[in-house]
Design a protein around this ligand. Structure first.
Ligand SMILES: Cc1cc2nc3c(=O)[nH]c(=O)nc-3n(C[C@H](O)[C@H](O)[C@H](O)COP(=O)(O)O)c2cc1C
Length: 305
């Protein structure tokens, strides 16, 4: 086992760093800029039952400390992902673990997409994006209500034979009961956090900087929030946690481990700079040396017991 090897619910990754959902699409463009085999894994864009065209532009805008985005789950739909995107990854990167990100507007859609996604041999874990609006309940995000999270987790876990990670939204008063609900529903792990709802307004046009109005804030501004939330949730669970939120450097990765994470995703940094993950992976051993950390597994044992 190497210094950087990690184990997530029985799935071994050669290192803990992977691009976050929505920032590497399905890997094809990224493959022109780096060797995907160097990644710990690849999280694909959240995928729905049918293709989605996304929101009107502009859908992303930089702010003083991070990106606002309202892409609107633009994706080709699960059938195209199964027929084209996942086979392309399996052919060109047969050893790359894929984390299949699932989204939906109803329980039924989540379960349908999760079942189909789980049939792909290279999808090793499912990650359920519960920041989506629940159309049956006035559009409130699934991930904001513990009872909904528990029931949704249970339905998905029952329907598939692969580990299910629930990706939590930070747009709640207290994330701890939401994490507990995912665990009660049978989740194999947690990914945290998704973006925080924000807004920017252009002084000249007096209009929001995103056509959608509000958008999700990602990047450096949200890193301390992610650290706090991972730390809080780690106090109450032994489930593996994939940390995400404002990771830009190897030091940010180690900070997430100290908070209680078991692996890390890189969103905004990847969006601005496609080689962010591989740069971080290359720098990790030297950063670990600085603090006398022999291996990430050793660090997990020290922090999590
Ligand atoms: C352009 C963009 C698109 C995103 N699309 C998705 C998505 O499809 N599904 C999802 O679960 N999260 C999505 N996210 C959220 C990221 O995966 C991540 O949780 C969030 O940005 C926080 O991490 P960061 O600060 O490293 O970006 C997206 C983020 C960005 C910036």
């Amino acid at each position: 086992m190497g210094r950087l090897t990690v184990n997530l619910a029985g799935v071994t990754l050669q290192n803990p760093v992977m691009p976050a959902s929505g920032t590497a699409a399905y890997g094809q463009q990224m493959a022109q800029q780096l060797d995907l085999n160097a990644l710990g894994g690849l999280v694909i864009k959240s995928t729905t039952a049918e293709a989605k065209v996304g929101n009107p532009r502009p859908t992303t805008a930089p702010t003083t400390a991070g990106w606002l985005n309202a892409i609107g789950l633009k994706n080709p739909g699960i059938e195209a992902v199964l027929a084209e995107k996942l086979p392309w990854l399996a052919t060109h990167y047969p050893d790359l673990p894929i984390i299949g990100s699932v989204a939906g507007a109803s329980f039924e859609e989540y379960v349908t997409v999760a079942k189909k996604m789980a049939t792909a041999a290279n999808v090793k874990l499912l990650e359920i994006n519960i920041s989506c609006p629940n159309v049956d309940h006035g559009g409130l995000a699934f991930g904001t209500d513990p009872a909904t999270v528990e029931a949704l987790t249970r339905q998905i876990v029952t329907a598939v034979d692969k580990p299910v990670f629930m990706k939590l939204t930070p747009n709640v008063t207290d994330i701890v009961p939401i994490a507990a609900a995912a665990e009660a529903g049978g989740a194999a792990g947690l990914t945290m956090i998704n973006t925080l709802t924000g807004m920017g307004i252009d002084l000249a046009t007096r209009q929001p900087i995103l056509a959608h109005g509000t958008g999700g804030l990602s990047g450096k501004a949200i890193h301390p929030l992610a650290v706090r939330m991972i730390h809080q949730v780690r106090q109450q669970t032994k489930l593996p946690i994939i940390g995400v939120g404002g990771v830009f450097t190897p030091a940010d990765v180690l900070e997430f481990y100290l908070a209680g994470a078991n692996a890390v995703q890189v969103g905004a940094a990847t969006y601005g700079h496609p080689t962010a993950c591989t740069d971080i992976i290359a720098g990790l051993p030297a950063e670990m040396d600085k603090y006398g950390i022999e291996s990430l597994q050793q660090l997990v044992t020290e922090v999590q017991g």
